[in-house]
Design a protein around this ligand. Structure first.
Ligand SMILES: *[C@@H]1O[C@H](CO)[C@@H](O)[C@H](O)[C@H]1NC(C)=O
Ligand SMILES: *[C@@H]1O[C@H](CO)[C@@H](O)[C@H](O)[C@H]1NC(C)=O
Ligand SMILES: *[C@@H]1O[C@H](CO)[C@@H](O)[C@H](O)[C@H]1NC(C)=O
Ligand SMILES: *[C@@H]1O[C@H](CO)[C@@H](O)[C@H](O)[C@H]1NC(C)=O
Ligand SMILES: *[C@@H]1O[C@H](CO)[C@@H](O)[C@H](O)[C@H]1NC(C)=O
Ligand SMILES: *[C@@H]1O[C@H](CO)[C@@H](O)[C@H](O)[C@H]1NC(C)=O
Ligand SMILES: *[C@@H]1O[C@H](CO)[C@@H](O)[C@H](O)[C@H]1NC(C)=O
Ligand SMILES: *[C@@H]1O[C@H](CO)[C@@H](O)[C@H](O)[C@H]1NC(C)=O
Ligand SMILES: *[C@@H]1O[C@H](CO)[C@@H](O)[C@H](O)[C@H]1NC(C)=O
Length: 462
């Protein structure tokens, strides 16, 4: 016989000793006749997450919020905030309660509505919710259920600054809006800050951190549509990153395969850094598995056109692509890189141009995706078009989104926002003048593409 699941054991214990405070206080449910007020919380069945009112102790004016946090992590533990832009200033009789329309609503002493689930906006009718209940599940998802148990609203559909395992972030916008993680304003202020993280609206394979509406950092381009893993020694498990079509949209998610119970999250912090991190319970601190940007040079376009950020150097800095030189040598030596680089030898097109390959690269932004091509066909596509300046190729071989297992990317303009990475990235083939005497790889079928299942991380949700 299988061992009893933990919640069953807790339930049995609670049943036998129903006055025991652990059982009597905070269940995982919020019921119509039991509103939540300051000081009380509900807790997920396994005790990982709590939902309730909180304030940030070090802030001068005390503002209160309703949010979800890791119950057993003492600090930097919030994963979701309901009323992030509408703080409670007078908590004395603020409540989170069911309304007559079966929504959940947060209101303060003056009966000001500060936040609501607004289930009709989500396309669900309030009649479905009548007699419903709300519960916090073991994944940290706050779920409003109808009396039949169907989900009519869930916090996972309304991300704030944190992506948790089993949450899906929408990265296309055919009929729904794109979703983004939006930073806090400061460590003490959960109101929406300047930085956000999500897919490029024009191209779901590419993700950005934005500072306002300006690109701040770009993730590498997804080169695998299914599952990619990143082994993490400290938790002896492999994190997966996944793109998944659900209904008419594509969603990104990540997580750890069972039986791992490590607490994992991806967060955009107030300073614009995106982090994938795991809770180290032995050291009682977060360990960053990946974070970025970590250098000025990792920021979007920092090295200018045809320049790249070389992360393999002891002092991470910008370099020109091979065969290129700085547009302004003085600026370049003074570490002003924005003007970028130019070719030393003009292209001749058709008269022996070749491709110079650079491995482990974060390939440039602004690509053209040519579908359904073999490697040879991808090379031919670039070779035959004089405006093609570079290409990269990946055979994704399995399970594709949009019915295509190939990824032939071409660049026809300036090459911007490249990085030389350590132990990840892919081979970029840059068109060069083959008559200039340098040794280049003339890439026709002779050139095998080394297949690197990228994924480095979270912007490796990146
Ligand atoms: C609920 O959503 C609808 C549609 O988006 C909007 O018009 C309405 O103002 C919202 N109600 C509340 C109370 O936020
Ligand atoms: C109802 O709510 C669920 C959960 O938030 C959501 O997935 C769904 O799209 C909503 N709309 C309809 C019409 O079911
Ligand atoms: C956010 O952007 C505004 C201008 O859009 C700027 O004044 C402010 O300093 C920025 N805040 C942070 C925290 O970067
Ligand atoms: C973000 O943009 C604002 C201007 O909109 C600028 O003042 C601020 O320095 C930028 N922050 C970073 C970290 O680049
Ligand atoms: C915590 O300590 C235990 C026992 O020493 C060890 O087995 C485990 O791997 C450690 N976990 C982490 C995340 O370091
Ligand atoms: C891909 O190209 C081949 C010919 O190169 C063609 O037969 C096939 O139908 C194409 N597939 C799609 C999905 O366009
Ligand atoms: C070359 O590429 C450019 C940019 O995508 C495109 O506009 C042009 O039609 C292409 N030329 C040929 C001959 O394919
Ligand atoms: C991709 O790789 C798979 C497995 O190696 C192979 O069967 C398939 O033909 C390749 N597809 C293309 C378009 O090169
Ligand atoms: C890259 O070019 C070198 C020669 O410069 C060649 O030996 C190597 O095989 C090429 N690598 C790939 C992946 O094409």
């Amino acid at each position: 016989m299988d061992p009893l699941p933990l919640h069953t054991i807790i339930w049995l214990v609670c049943w036998s000793f129903w006055l025991f405070p652990f059982c009597a206080s905070s269940g995982s449910h919020l019921l119509p006749d039991k509103p939540l007020s300051v000081g009380s919380t509900i807790t997920s069945d396994d005790g990982t997450f709590a939902l309730g009112f909180f304030s940030l102790s070090s802030s001068s004016t005390k503002h209160y919020y309703v949010g979800i946090w890791y119950k057993n992590i003492p600090e930097d533990n919030f994963v979701w905030v309901a009323n992030r832009a509408m703080p409670i200033t007078d908590p004395s009789s603020a409540t989170l309660a069911f309304t007559s329309g079966s929504n959940l609503a947060l209101s303060d002493t003056k009966d000001t509505l500060l936040w609501t689930t607004n289930i009709s906006a989500a396309g669900n009718s309030s009649s479905e919710a009548t007699g419903g209940k709300a519960m916090l599940d073991n994944n940290g998802n706050f779920i409003l259920q109808s009396s039949h148990g169907t989900i009519i609203w869930q916090s996972f559909d309304y991300p704030t600054d944190t992506l948790l395992p089993r949450m899906n972030l929408r990265i296309t916008h055919k009929t729904h809006a794109l979703q983004r993680l939006i930073s806090w304003r400061s460590p003490q202020d959960p109101s929406p800050g300047n930085f956000s993280y999500g897919a490029d609206p024009d191209e779901f394979r590419q993700r950005f951190i934005w500072n306002g509406s300006t690109p701040y950092m770009r993730g590498s381009i997804w080169n695998n549509n299914l599952v990619v893993g990143q082994y993490v020694e400290s938790i002896k498990s492999t994190i997966y990153y996944r793109l998944q079509p659900i209904d008419d949209e594509v969603y990104a998610s990540f997580g750890l395969p069972p039986p791992s119970v490590a607490l994992l999250q991806m967060k955009i912090d107030y300073s614009g850094k995106i982090k994938t991190r795991v809770w180290n319970s032995n050291k009682s601190k977060w360990t960053d598995l990946w974070s970025g940007p970590n250098h000025e040079c990792n920021k979007f376009g920092y090295c200018g056109p045809f320049g790249y950020c070389d992360n393999t150097l002891p002092i991470v800095t910008c370099k020109c692509l091979d065969g290129f030189e700085p547009n302004n040598k003085q600026d370049w030596t003074a570490s002003r890189f924005s003007q970028g680089c130019h070719r030393m030898e003009a292209l001749t097109c058709g008269q022996g141009d070749g491709f110079l390959n650079m491995s482990t690269m974060k390939v440039p932004s602004q690509f053209l995706y040519v579908k359904n091509r073999s490697l040879d066909e991808c090379i031919a596509e670039c070779t035959s078009n004089c405006s093609c300046t570079a290409f990269t190729y990946t055979n994704m071989s399995i399970d594709a989104i949009n019915g295509d297992e190939t990824r032939c990317l071409l660049w026809t303009r300036d090459l911007i926002d490249m990085e030389k990475l350590i132990g990840q990235g892919e081979t970029l083939y840059i068109r060069v003048n083959g008559l200039s005497g340098t040794v280049y790889c003339f890439c026709f079928s002779a050139c095998a593409v080394r297949y690197t299942p990228l994924f480095a991380g979270p912007v490796e949700l990146q």
